[in-house]
Design a protein around this ligand. Structure first.
Ligand code: DOR
Ligand code: ZN
Ligand code: ZN
Length: 418
């Protein structure tokens, strides 16, 4: 297929060009290619976005989401590759479940799905899961996401075994004793609302622990959904010393603060919790100076039954795949914090590199995973119109820039705006 007149984001910036795909690859990028083609005039063509932190909920929680609905949400959001977390039922802690997820994703045939295996059996924190088998079946990383491996010795062993199999641990950082069942950040908003708060320290202590392990063992580690200014600083300092650490954050941590919880809207309940303005600004600084390598959604779809309850009882999580790009583009690029190129790196090349995935760049010979976006179109977020089963977004009614018009995976168009 030939695609014409788009503004292509290539190495070195945007360039007006045509491109041709064949057998799932980009085979030619040129100022003008002769022949019939799809006209993308007025649109930016970017590398397909990569989200290394998604909850697809299948097997086990198909009421919240399943692989088909999650993948539809992914391609609608501009993602061509996603990694799905293992807090399913049964837990994705074995090669059979990893194999199942991959097979089902192939059947669904929308975006590329890479399973993340659990660190411990049943995510119980007691015994390491069968890592080799999961790697052989196609797991691309290990995580206990949803919680932290409490036992530090077990975590050290996990990092050693993971590295033997060429895998990285993606760490959800939360000291369970300190967090102690809290719903929100400990601060002014928790005092106003009377909701039980959790200190930044609950996150920071485990970030520091994982950094100490990575440094002592000289092994890589990846820190999930960083939300505190102090966590950003810990990672910045570790990077400066040469610790092999990479880190992510999510759009809600640089667009919202815990003021949002004062509405008691349970769609603002997320783990780690929304923090304060100081944290929000530090997360943006961290993204800008490279302390935070990538933006992920932590797409955590939930059924209404799990959210339409009293705040302390509601499930944690935000349905994020369909809003991530526009929220990020609006908050970071439209506002002048970074260039579109820099943002796209944080959402494609960088996350792909962290897990050694192919993709993340538009060039001849690369997989034809790309999106066409109208960067100037303003639209209003309407969670009820999400294709994800999870309508739990605190961004309903918010106006944002950047509309995904079309998503192609291996040269096939998997989503096109109607
Ligand atoms: O908000 C969250 N939701 N944070 C997590 O760590 C887990 C996730 C989920 O699975 O719902
Ligand atoms: Zn998590
Ligand atoms: Zn998560």
């Amino acid at each position: 297929m030939i695609f014409k007149n788009a503004e292509l984001l290539l190495e070195g910036g945007f360039r007006r060009a045509d491109f041709r795909t064949e057998n799932g690859k980009i085979v030619e990028i040129k100022e003008k290619i002769e022949g019939e083609g799809k006209d993308l005039r007025g649109l930016a063509v970017l590398p397909g976005l990569v989200d290394i932190h998604v909850h697809l909920r299948e097997p086990g929680f198909e009421k919240k989401e399943d692989i088909a609905s999650g993948c539809r949400a992914a391609v609608k959001g501009g993602f061509t590759q996603i990694c799905c977390m293992p807090n399913t039922k049964p837990v994705t802690d074995n090669k059979v479940t990893v194999t199942y997820i991959k097979a089902r994703a192939r059947e669904v045939n929308l975006c590329k799905v890479h399973p993340v295996g659990a660190i411990t059996e049943g995510q119980k924190g007691e015994t390491l899961a069968a890592i080799g088998g999961m790697k052989a079946a196609g797991a691309v990383a290990l995580s206990e996401d949803g919680k932290t491996v409490k036992d530090t010795k077990l975590m050290a062993n996990a990092m050693l075994y993971a590295s033997d199999f060429g895998l990285k641990c993606l760490c959800h950082c939360e000291d369970e004793y300190l967090a102690d069942g809290a719903s929100v950040n400990e601060g002014y908003s928790s005092t106003l609302t009377g909701l039980k708060g959790s200190l930044r320290a609950a996150e920071d202590i485990i970030i520091a622990r994982e950094l100490c392990l990575a440094e002592s063992l000289n092994l890589p580690v990846h820190i999930c959904h960083v939300s505190t200014y102090s966590g950003v600083q810990l990672i910045r300092e570790a990077k400066a010393r040469g610790v092999k650490v990479t880190a992510e954050t999510c759009p809600h941590y640089f667009t919202l603060t815990d003021e949002a919880i004062c509405s008691f809207n349970t769609y603002t309940k997320v783990n780690p919790p929304l923090r304060e303005e100081r944290d929000r600004l530090a997360v943006i600084e961290g993204l800008k100076d490279g302390t935070l390598d990538c933006i992920v959604t932590d797409h955590a779809p939930h059924h209404k039954d799990d959210k339409n309850v009293e705040y302390p009882l509601a499930a944690f999580g935000i349905s994020g795949l369909e809003t991530s790009f526009a929220l990020s583009y609006t908050a970071l690029v439209k506002s002048g914090e970074m260039t579109a190129e820099e943002l796209v790196k944080k959402m494609s090349a960088n996350p792909a590199a962290i897990l050694n995935l192919e993709g993340g760049a538009l060039k001849e010979g690369a997989p034809a995973d790309f999106i066409a976006v109208d960067l100037n179109e303003e639209w209003t977020i309407e969670p009820e119109a999400f294709v994800s089963k999870g309508k739990n977004s605190p961004f309903g009614g918010k106006k944002v820039f950047g509309k995904i018009k079309c998503t192609a995976v291996d040269g096939e168009i998997k989503y096109e705006e109607k």
